[in-house]
Design a protein around this ligand. Sequence first.
Ligand code: 13P
Length: 246
Amino acid sequence: ARQFFVGGNFKMNSSSEGIKKIISHLNDSKLDPKTEVVIAPPTLYLLLAREVAKAPIEVAAQNVFDKPNGAYTGEISVEHLKDAGISWTLLGHSERRVTLAEDDQFVASKTKAALDGGVGVIFCCGESLEQREANETVKVVTRQLAAVKEKVSDWSKLVIAYEPIWAIGTGKVASTEQAQEVHAAIREWLKKEVSEKAAEETRIIYGGSVSEKNCKDLSKKPDIDGFLVGGASLKPAFVDIVNSHL
Ligand code: 13P
């Protein structure tokens, strides 16, 4: 069975004091021991988060560059993450794909660099409202994944986060049926394009307006293996989302 996985994406929010508070609350809470919990603070606070977070809470970067070192002002490398004890990174978040024009190839190249270096990847994919209305959801998501398939053969340290753009930060969560349908299509794609094993073992998590209120129903769907939580991960109710699969 796939281990349930809940990620908290703090995005460009909070402060050193705020992050200490959020993590202390997690440390002091009773968390489902069967669920993997990974929080992604802003880059500047990765070391602080690593220091404050108690096992089994893990820490992820929100992005990483695809070159090992060199003249790349403003970027951080997979080696930097490993040196700092950071075992995960988000990649391909729509806020980066859209706002910073990251394309499928660049995201795939960074995914390869992270996995090759032994850093797990929470790979984000998802369609815009326009694409959904044009019935292009599965086409868009599998195109984003196909770029990864070109470069990556071992999918065991990759978690796929399906995040429909129209559901992010809008309070408009995908229905349990809408999410399940896309997750099942992604699993079908994995089976056909990667391997039976990858289809069976890869966690496919949902992101987009997940809250303590809607997480329980979503968590019951057979192909929803967890969540990537934005806004609610900054609040105490994040604990309820971590524990949604209990
Ligand atoms: P919200 O939970 O705030 O909608 O954000 C989702 C997200 O983008 C997580 O990466």
